[in-house]
Design a protein around this ligand. Structure first.
Ligand code: C2E
Ligand code: MG
Ligand code: MG
Length: 734
């Protein structure tokens, strides 16, 4: 543009000069020209001058505009981290944009001085790229290469270099242009992402058209392949058992219909070696190499599933007799009540308590007691056959559920139980006589919910005891007036606080390795002037049933805080764990009650621990909120009797819990040679996996201690170390 405009100016000036020479020659040859001619000459000269000036002016303006737009273009190049290298080989003119300084860190001039500088700074590890590049350029092809350069300050940058060679008709290399980009950030991002995917311990794969198009190392291992490339192109359904396939089809359909962007589900897969694995899967639609594909991320949860199964078994079955336990019984009863029942059919709950069993247990020892319970369980099952479900409630109590039954059938079952137990039980050549008292409640006349039915069967059982044991009794409403021990206890418990009958014992929790005391558990005691020391195992459930646990629990909490204040003043610093019942947590004022106690006695929140049971899972929403408030205060939260009530571990994982206490039954299991502590071990591992502190409770023997230490359980509590002690005694040890 500039050049052609320059020529125009030059042409015009030339024309004017020739014209001037011609007219002046004419004037010279004929000085007597008319005035008209001279005027015309003057006019032409003036017009020419004006045109010349205006042409010069516009040309200057255009070149200024061009300069401005070049500058603008340069600043765009600068901001892009891009440089252009343009070499007209024929004319030997090299133009390099200043952006190269920013990319390479060397001054622009240095590239003009040394045309090979760009090559010299290439990272030695990428020298091979250069060779390949030169080959291709020779073949008259454009080529894009990626290599690293080393800047003068030592920084390594990634450069993307797109070279465009131009050849003339004879194939001579006449021009070469290269566009250079700094792609370090993109490269590093890619590498970081690649590293994350490759090194992830989780299964990561990309699937398109039901085939694997990418899989990482961990994924290949899980599927049983040596290396990821062995799996590329393989149909995914080859690894999914047919009964699981529907889960995938349904999920993908939901996603395709746009109802879901992402989905999580558990899936069982088959490896190459036909081994089964449980995976927790997430699947989402992504663009992969420009096309739609599914990204699948999975975590191996096989161990967790196994542990959950074991815990489920422990949670729903009684380990001593193998019968369903109380949880299972309640579930079954609830299920039955939720479904329609015929008018003629009845649902019956039979509550059994063995008569004088406590005497046998105390005189012959627990081992004999346990053997007798097992034998009784077999006899009960035989008597009930498939008419109903026999479960062990705990201790020497059993519950039987008869569904879709009649009065006649119920009585037949009750009679055949009494009959069957009237035969002596033979144990190591010794004969034992065990009888039972049975209470019966019926649905719907005696209650329409599980709790009422069990409670009323229990009450009827007391009547059977009062009527001389070894018989069965139906519940009737007048029974409620009967004064049983339970009712008496309830009346007395209401006055226990004001009558100063409650006090607290403290049981040490130790670090197993050093045997140092790290905390105490506060355990409530009730001394009644008539009944003597009543076991919390007896009065706590009663307090929970009647709601008395709320004022009693508050009393314990405040009492412990006061004790902590006294100890603090004496320079004793220790953490104390207080047992909290679910019923307390349901009170809207619970967390503020804890905060008030802490503030009032001026103790550190960290010296208070709250032990709650897994039953908080029943109302997960409320519990999460309360736990969050408590956590905010700074108190420690532990799950007591862990493993006893079946709770979903995935839920537990999301709650602000610090510690789990392995229930005594699992600690006892350590010495049981059939299981060899496998459950205790599973719980310890799982607890650690979820980052909980794990403590074992109810440790009684040195074997249990060494097993626990060996399996990395750090803390323990139990009679082996110390029984619960009065405050004066524990203070002495502290
Ligand atoms: P827990 O919280 O699981 O307490 C542990 C129970 O196991 C205590 O029984 C303790 O004395 C006993 N124990 C500790 N080590 C051993 C051992 O090595 N062998 C045996 N056989 N037993 C051991 P305790 O004091 O009778 O308490 C029974 C339950 O009563 C407690 O179980 C807890 O659930 C409840 N409880 C006690 N105090 C309170 C309280 O203040 N509030 C509430 N809500 N519940 C309480
Ligand atoms: Mg406890
Ligand atoms: Mg416990």
């Amino acid at each position: 543009m500039v050049v052609s405009r320059g020529w125009k100016v030059l042409g015009f000036v030339g024309f004017v000069v020739v014209f001037e020479i011609l007219t002046n020659v004419l004037i010279f040859l004929n000085p007597q020209q008319s005035e008209d001619f001279q005027f015309a000459h003057f006019l032409i000269n003036a017009v020419t001058l004006v045109m010349l000036i205006s042409l010069l002016f516009t040309t200057q303006k255009k070149s200024k505009e061009l300069e401005q737009s070049t500058q603008k273009l340069n600043s765009i190049f600068d901001s892009l981290d891009v440089a252009i290298w343009s070499h007209d080989i024929k004319a030997n003119v090299l133009i390099i944009t200043p952006g190269i300084e920013k990319l390479y860190g060397y001054p622009l001039q240095q590239f003009y001085d040394d045309h090979l500088l760009w090559k010299k700074v290439i990272h030695p590890d990428d020298a091979h790229v250069l060779k390949e590049r030169e080959e291709l350029l020779k073949e008259e092809k454009s080529v894009t290469s990626v290599y690293r350069i080393i800047r003068p300050d030592g920084d390594v940058r990634w450069i993307q270099d797109s070279g465009i060679p131009t050849h003339d008709e004879k194939g001579e290399f006449i021009d070469f242009t290269s566009v250079l980009f700094d792609i370090t950030e993109q490269k590093e991002g890619e590498e970081r992402y690649k590293g994350l995917v490759e090194m992830s311990p989780d299964f990561i794969a990309v699937i398109r058209d039901w085939k694997l198009i990418f899989i990482n190392e961990a994924g290949a291992k899980i599927l049983g392949a040596e290396r990821p490339p062995d799996l590329i192109g393989k149909p995914v359904m080859q690894f999914v058992p047919s009964d699981e396939a529907k889960k995938i089809y349904d999920t993908l359909q939901e996603m395709d219909q746009g109802q879901l962007a992402q989905k999580r589900f558990d899936l069982q897969i088959n490896t190459y070696q036909q081994k089964k694995f449980d995976l927790e899967m997430s699947i989402m639609t992504v663009l992969y190499e420009g096309k739609m594909a599914r990204l699948v991320v999975g975590r191996d949860i096989t161990e967790r599933k196994k542990a959950e199964e074991i815990i489920h078994q422990m949670a729903y079955y009684d380990s001593l007799t193998g019968l369903p336990n109380r949880n299972m019984f309640k579930d079954q009863l609830n299920n039955r009540l939720l479904n329609p029942i015929n008018k003629e059919d009845k649902v019956a709950v039979l509550f059994l308590d063995l008569d004088r069993f406590k005497v046998i247990n105390d005189t012959k020892g627990h081992t004999t007691g346990d053997l007798i319970l097992r034998k009784v369980a077999i006899r009960l099952s035989d008597a009930v056959k498939d008419e109903g479900i026999v479960s062990r409630q705990g201790g020497d109590e059993f519950l039987i559920l008869l569904t879709d039954t009649t009065n006649e059938k119920i009585e037949n079952v009750a009679k055949s139980i009494i009959n069957s137990l009237s035969q002596p039980l033979l144990l190591q050549n010794e004969e034992f006589f065990v009888t039972t008292s049975i209470g019966i409640s019926l649905y719907p006349e005696d209650g329409d919910d599980q709790e009422t039915l069990i409670k009323n069967a229990d009450t009827a059982m007391y009547l059977a005891k009062e009527r001389g044991k070894n018989n069965y009794q139906y519940y009737n409403h007048s029974l409620n007036q009967l004064s049983t021990r339970k009712m008496e206890l309830e009346v007395e418990l209401r006055r226990a606080i004001e009558k100063n009958q409650l006090f607290v014992h403290y049981q040490p929790q130790v670090e197993l390795e050093s045997e140092e005391i790290v905390a105490l558990e506060a355990l409530l005691r009730w001394e009644h002037p008539e009944y003597g020391l009543v076991s919390p195992a007896e009065f706590i459930p009663l307090a929970e049933e009647t709601g008395l646990i709320v004022p009693i629990g508050t009393w314990v909490l405040r009492h412990v805080c006061e004790q902590l204040q006294i100890w603090k003043q004496k320079g004793i610093s220790i953490r104390v764990a207080v047992n909290i019942s679910v019923r307390q947590m349901q009170e809207s004022t619970f967390s503020s009650c804890v905060r008030e106690a802490i503030e009032e006695y001026g103790i550190d929140a960290t010296s208070l621990e709250l032990e709650i049971t897994e039953s908080i899972m029943q109302n997960i929403e409320n519990s999460s909120a309360v736990l969050a408030e408590l956590k905010e205060l700074g108190v420690t939260i532990s799950i007591d009797d862990f493993g006893k009530g079946y709770s979903s571990l995935s839920y537990l994982k999301h709650l602000p819990i610090d510690k789990i206490k392995i229930d005594k039954t699992f600690v006892d299991d350590i010495c049981d040679h059939t299981n060899n502590g496998s459950i205790a071990k599973a719980i310890i591992d799982m607890g650690h996996n979820m980052n909980f502190t794990v403590i074992a409770e109810g440790i009684e023997t040195i074997e249990q201690v060494s097993f626990l230490k060996q399996h990395n359980c750090k803390y323990g509590q139990g009679f082996h170390y110390s029984k619960p002690l009065p405050k004066e005694e524990v203070q002495k040890i502290l």
